[in-house]
Write a protein that binds this ligand. Sequence first.
Ligand code: PMP
Ligand code: GLN
Length: 379
Amino acid sequence: IQSKLPNVGTTIFTVMSQMASEYNAINLSQGFPDFPVSEKLIDLVYQNMQIGHNQYAPMPGLPQLREAIAAKIKNTGGIKLNTETEITVSAGATEAIFSSVLATVNQGDEVIVLEPAYDCYIPAIELAGGKVIPVGLNLADFKPDWQKIQDKITEKTRMIIINFPHNPSGAILTETDVAALKKILEENPQLLILSDEVYEHIIFDGNTNLSVLKDEFLASRSIAVSSFGKTFHATGWKIGYMVAPETIMKEIRKVHQYNCFSVHTPSQFAMAEYLQNEQTYLGVSSMYERKREFFQEAMQKSKFKVIPSYGTYFQLLDFSEVSDMDDMEFAQYLIKEKGVASIPVSAFYSDRQDNKLLRFCFAKGEETLQKAADILCKI
Ligand code: PMP
Ligand code: GLN
């Protein structure tokens, strides 16, 4: 058959995790936590299975979960949402992103992607028949250069995909960024924002996520996506949600209905109850902040340069003082020869731009982080 995605191979996260396991390396590559999910949450899933909540949930998600999501958004400074029409529970953020792009991007539409970018955006745009317009984030701090973005906007630009806190850099938005984004939307009425906020509850130094859902105007032009896999360190559960204005959500649900239909019912009952206690999500940042501190501290004596991480569970390390290899070669060398796995950041660029950066996931126990840091400090 003729490939619809000729440039797509196996995702870098699978490739590096497989290699880590083949060489028995400490796996700080693919982003997933190595500590357990809350027992309370597991009990809730189990109880809901036992009492018979095992058949299809409603297509847009369990009403009580949509209520709990709306309450969480309100609680964290967001707008009041219509739970009937504006929230849909999805099979992780991946499905939410896929369904949103397929529903809103038409043949020939241009979609601006800020690179380095998480790898599921471009294939979705291409399958929808859209044209990817990559725009680099500033190399110094991984923040958007709004003028550069503005310069790429044409009458065909349908969407800008943003992702803050940012994978892989940990950059976050400021009020100035939000103002610039609003100005762009005001000047370009055809534009939508797809805001990938999966790390919204992993943000440090007293900052809070500047969600597009905190502003009526931005929310009226945005699709926001989140993931309980990230928030509750249960990446294997594949449960998340998307929020969009009714007219847009109506179209997205047409895709979600046939792409997925509905999401694991007992998990939805469990999440709805678990979310009643706001500490379940408000306490996540401090747990990861301690891990960030621990890893950064442990890397102090190394020749790697620690790039500031303001959110997510990722840490970028600049290895330009350590090796002349390109980032893919160096990542492979670290796995094979040193026993530590990471992700080469060039994989997040459509042109494989190599900035001598590797991404390390610090969602791990301290012993594991210490072991990895000890190895890296000796290089
Ligand atoms: N967006 C970003 C930026 C991510 O890092 C991830 C997780 N790998 C996803 C989306 C996908 O989230 P989920 O696992 O809930 O599908
Ligand atoms: N989001 C995870 C990461 O950035 C990977 C998810 C996946 O493997 N698809 O590492």
